[in-house]
Design a protein around this ligand. Structure first.
Ligand code: 6PG
Length: 246
């Protein structure tokens, strides 16, 4: 695993531009290498502006809209039209403004009566579409993640554990009122690169815990992220607080 690279931006707007640059860079690398860009998109609020920047010029013209697949990194078990749906958010903030084909956005089947089955279905789709690493794990070109105030990321909440051989997991107990489906640490850590986007003063303590406390991924789930390739954190000044000041 490589050491994390941390970028602190003055504000959310700068953060969104930095993140959109990094996404375009990862996309160009993947296209040069394999002719297609597979990335896992994050939900929550922070990436919305990044998606907006990516969908506008000059970034829009640099992104391979006809040669990419976006995979939801996690989602709430709600219909895709629900305001809490990450699928809906990514469509609204990225696909519609960019006029990209919604066929390139891969969603969990959140309406399946058996969540475990929905997880297996999504894992099978990833396995069929992506190249695999030497252990047979599908390799995403980029995984975008957020950080919760309790140090969760994706739908990995404090107390959760994931079997190594699982790529997608169903989270049957409710967190903030929702059951979830999520990529697991196994597939996230097999990715070419991982990018965290963190904004807002309510994230200061979670960031400090991820970087400063002894490894304890059961209580600090974001510490589970340890890809072989680059791990980058893009943080705005209000989230960085004093901890990342030079
Ligand atoms: C989700 C994600 C979650 C999110 C963090 C940060 O909410 O869909 O599962 O992991 O990325 O909670 O969310 P914010 O960007 O809204 O702070």
């Amino acid at each position: 695993m490589s050491l994390p690279i941390v970028h602190v931006f003055d504000d959310e707007e700068q953060l969104a531009h930095g993140a959109a640059d990094a996404i375009v860079f990862a996309a160009m690398q993947a296209i040069a290498r394999r002719g297609r860009f597979h990335w896992a998109v994050a939900g929550g609020g922070t990436p919305k502006r990044t998606y907006g920047v990516l969908a506008s010029e000059p970034h829009r013209a640099r992104f391979p809209w006809d040669r990419f697949d976006a995979w939801l990194g996690d989602d709430r078990v709600v219909p895709s039209v629900d305001p809490a749906s990450n699928y809906r958010m990514v469509l609204e903030h990225l696909f519609r403004p960019a006029e990209a084909s919604p066929l390139a956005l891969h969603a969990f089947n959140t309406e399946h009566p058996d969540l475990g089955h929905a997880a297996l279905e999504y894992a099978a789709q990833l396995g069929a579409a992506l190249p695999a690493d030497p252990h047979g794990v599908p390799v995403l070109d980029l995984v975008l993640l957020g950080l919760g105030a309790d140090a969760h990321t994706a739908s990995w909440f404090p107390g959760s554990n994931f079997p190594d051989d699982l790529w997608v997991a169903a989270i049957d107990e409710e967190h903030a009122g929702y059951r979830r489906l999520t990529l697991t640490p196994t597939i996230v850590n097999a990715a070419q690169r991982v990018l965290f986007l963190v904004s807002g003063a309510n994230k200061q303590e979670a960031l400090r815990r991820v970087f400063d406390e002894h490894k304890n991924p059961r209580s600090i789930p974001a510490q589970r992220v340890a890809p072989k390739g680059p791990l980058m954190w893009m943080i705005d000044r209000s989230a960085a607080g004093q901890f990342f000041s030079d």
